[in-house]
Design a protein around this ligand. Structure first.
Ligand code: NAD
Length: 286
């Protein structure tokens, strides 16, 4: 029985995907609507974290942020059986992750970080990318399960490595969205259309996931329905600046990008689609 904690845009998709793959899941979420959604799809819901911890030897977390992961583990940890493997797919803080992994080792269970890319559609269809940090033997044990959830699955390094790489990945995505907004303005003023700009960039060394995926899927067609919010991306940008501070390094370009994501609050609240930062940036010389 696989435990799933956090049944939002991502975790709800995991539940459906794993049931389709003939896995038995036991789910938990603090929000009644989230519990009802997976129950409606045939999943079992645990009455408490204690029940889930006592029942499941493999547990997947998909929670909003590090403080919530830590609070859930404080409640869940004492009920876990020896050998249990917890995989945290949330985008979280590497220092918290390392601390939770050390507590896990002291108590005879494992805590792996396995953050993901690919959005709710990737979660639902088992096509996400997952970068894993932590004990290699524990990873080998859960690998067949994680393969059911992912298109690309990489073990990156020790505890915290997955979250560190995920933070870097999302900061690069955040930066590319801002810069593409600025380049679109530049092109427009020079009489070049967005389609022409993208055709050239995607044939050159400036191409990125943003120019190749975000533009056709969510921006050019003004769909803005990726399922990943401004709030989550602002959190991820904050994770990058927070990690740089703790490491005692200066990342001036990252600071500028972080300031732009914060300033965009005057136009975009946390519930807006994160791709809308492109519109915000594009209007800066309007
Ligand atoms: P979400 O807000 O849709 O879902 C989070 C769920 O956690 C909610 O259902 C909430 O009720 C539940 N929750 C909160 N506190 C809880 C607690 N104490 N116990 C149990 N459940 C609790 O968020 P999401 O979009 O599904 O993202 C989840 C994680 O995955 C985040 O860390 C996010 O950064 C990361 N992520 C999201 C995406 C995306 O496209 N949405 C992509 C990659 C990674």
């Amino acid at each position: 029985m696989i435990g799933l904690i956090g049944l939002g845009a991502m975790g709800g998709g995991y539940a459906t995907r794993l049931m389709e793959q003939n896995c038995e899941v036991l789910c938990f979420d603090t929000m009644p609507e989230a519990r009802a959604r997976v129950q409606g799809k045939g999943a079992s819901v645990a009455a408490s974290l204690e029940v889930l911890g006592l029942t499941c030897k493999t547990i997947i977390l998909s929670l909003p942020k590090a403080a919530i992961v830590e609070a859930v583990m404080a409640e869940l940890g004492p009920h876990l059986r020896p050998g249990t493997i917890v995989i945290d797919t949330s985008t979280s803080e590497p220092d918290t992750t390392k601390r939770l992994s050390a507590i896990a080792s002291d108590n005879d269970y494992h805590f792996l970080d396995g953050p993901v890319s690919g959005g709710p559609l990737g979660a639902r269809t088992g096509t996400m990318t997952m970068v894993v940090g932590g004990d290699e033997d524990a990873f080998a044990k859960v690998r067949p399960l994680l393969e059911k959830m992912t298109g690309k699955l990489l073990h990156i390094g020790p505890s915290g490595a997955g979250h560190t790489v995920k933070i870097a990945n999302n900061l690069l995505c955040a930066a590319n969205l801002v810069l593409m907004g600025e380049m679109a303005q530049m092109a427009e003023r020079a009489g070049i259309s967005l389609a022409e700009l993208l055709a050239g960039v995607n044939a050159g060394s400036g191409r990125s996931g943003v120019s190749e995926v975000n533009f056709p899927k969510w921006i050019t067609n003004e769909a803005y329905d990726s399922g990943f919010t401004m709030g989550l991306m602002r959190k991820d940008v904050g994770l990058a600046t927070g990690l740089a501070d703790r490491l005692g390094i200066s990342l001036p370009a990252t600071e500028v990008i972080a300031a732009i994501w914060e300033q965009s609050r005057d136009m975009l609240d946390d519930s807006a689609d994160f791709n809308e930062i492109y519109k915000y940036r594009k209007r800066s010389n309007a």
